[in-house]
Write a protein of this length. Structure first.
Length: 483
């Protein structure tokens, strides 16, 4: 694959690469160059999803009966192949997602490291044995649930497919993956590595298509035992609601409106660095982005000027170009959505920089880094996830007001605070209603040994990553032995 050669991506069903039964396809353009086609993929419908689920259902018993050690051996071979092919994955990621090469390389490296860690902890996690006070031998087995439907987003396509697939597979499940139709190549590369590593047919299935067709059928399918979804809050809540009453596990990761709080005693250089990283990486299109910066009033003006100066230095362009800090947003739909927030009925406050298309950018979906000062707290700019390079600045009289502002949206994914006062940091961490908190670190902070997830309209069900990411795809089965 080169920068100009489009790739024909196919479904993977029961170990065979196939087009959609209808023969219809979807075309993915390069978000950094609208005239360039990156890939085509199947426009799958219910019949394709049904075939994939049926294959996964047939293959499940054999894989579940395979020892954990043998499962790990196959998966580790696949991860080794993905490591060898990492440059191909990075190129595909840049072409599909629009992120910079550095961002994509970081995504690939972190995803491989995190999933290798999960393989390391899987044996002890899945089979724990001991002798009880009663004298009985107890075996706490985490048994696979069956067929897992994995619906992944376009912003971090390789990471999302891997962090859902590997925990499900190592736990003994078969999977049907529906990657975003905007990023088809990375899902195919994962599937190819698993096939080449010797994974039995039907264990890993790929079905491409729109959310309304392929995604909805997966969510509704009666033979699916677990659903892991990452995407918008609107769709995520619909997924959670659609499965109500069915015996199916549901894990939903949704959006964020994440606050970064900067107190008067903070190291402003470090706070600005953190804000720049979390605000503009992936053009702001990651759920853990900083979209609201709440600054204690005594240092508000100084922070604003430092942050604006750094924002003016952000170079927007094709992710393959040297010196580019930020690429395009993902698509025409996303481009128009972000620009709509600058219309008078949604915009409030003062636009200090940006507020429209990026000037002098290539012919793609480029939006200027945007900073809005003190928008109304009930305005769409403040209350809705924009998912673009748009940051709002707020002032706060003290820590209590900062906490109130931080909690003042429907979202609760993550938050961060910069302060030298440990007591204030702990107070903030306890009071803010989010899934995770960083102190003197960006909102995007995380670690492969710690699960992550959200509160309120940012998440439903169990967290992803580390031990929790594996446990989600299992059910606890205590087994007792009498000597």
């Amino acid at each position: 694959m080169t920068h100009t050669d489009p790739r024909e991506v196919l479904n993977l069903i029961d170990g065979k690469w196939r087009p959609a039964r209808s023969g219809e396809t979807l075309t993915r353009e390069n978000p950094a160059n609208k005239a360039s086609v990156v890939a085509t993929c199947p426009a799958s419908a219910a019949e394709d999803v049904d075939a994939a689920v049926e294959a996964a259902r047939r293959a499940f018993p054999g894989w579940a009966a395979t020892s954990v050690e043998d499962r790990i051996a196959v998966i580790r071979r696949a991860l080794d192949l993905l490591t060898e092919r990492s440059e191909e994955i990075v190129v595909a990621d840049v072409l599909e997602s629009g992120k910079t090469r550095a961002d994509c390389a970081g995504e690939v490296a972190r995803a491989l490291s995190a999933t290798k860690y999960q393989l390391d902890i899987a044996p002890d996690l899945l089979d724990s044995r001991g002798v009880l006070d009663s004298g009985l031998e107890a075996w706490s087995q985490l048994a696979p649930v069956g067929v897992a439907a994995l619906i992944t987003p376009w912003n971090y396509p390789f990471s999302a497919v891997l962090r859902k697939s590997i925990p499900a597979l190592v736990a003994g499940n078969s999977v049907v993956v529906k990657p975003s139709e905007l990023t088809p190549i990375t899902g195919e590369l994962v599937g190819a590595a698993l096939v080449d590593a010797g994974l039995p047919a039907g264990i890993y299935n790929l079905v491409y298509g729109t959310g309304a067709a392929a995604g909805q059928r997966l969510v509704d399918h009666p033979d699916v035992n677990a659903i892991s979804f990452t995407g918008s809050t609107r769709v995520g809540l619909a997924v959670a609601e659609a499965t109500g009453g069915r015996d199916v596990k549901v894990q939903v990761e949704m959006g964020g409106k994440n606050p970064l709080v900067v107190l008067a005693d903070a190291d402003l250089d470090a706070a600005v660095d953190a804000a720049m990283h979390a605000s503009y990486t992936a053009a702001g299109q990651w759920c853990i982005a900083t979209s609201r910066i709440i600054v204690e009033e005594p240092v508000f003006d100084e922070f604003r000027e430092r942050f604006l100066a750094r924002t003016r230095e952000v170079r927007v362009g094709d992710g393959f170009d040297e010196g580019v800090h930020m690429g395009p947003v993902s698509s025409r739909v996303q481009y128009e959505k972000v620009l709509s927030f600058f219309e008078p009925d949604k915009l409030s406050g003062t636009v200090l920089i940006g507020g429209g298309p990026a000037p002098d950018a290539p012919d793609g979906y480029f939006i200027a880094p945007t900073v809005i000062e003190r928008p109304d707290h009930d305005s769409p700019v403040t209350q809705q996830e924009i998912f673009g390079p748009v940051v709002s600045l707020f002032g706060a009289a003290d820590l209590d007001e900062a906490i109130s502002l931080a909690n003042g949206t429907p979202y609760g994914l993550c938050a961060a605070i910069f302060t030298q006062d440990r007591e204030k940091a702990v107070k903030f961490a306890h009071a803010v209603d989010v899934g995770r908190v960083g102190v003197n670190m960006p909102t995007s902070v995380g670690d492969q040994q710690v699960p992550g997830g959200g509160r309120k309209n940012s998440g439903r069900g169990e967290y992803e990553g580390a031990d929790a990411g594996i446990a989600f795809f299992t059910h606890l089965k205590p087994i007792f032995f009498k000597p």
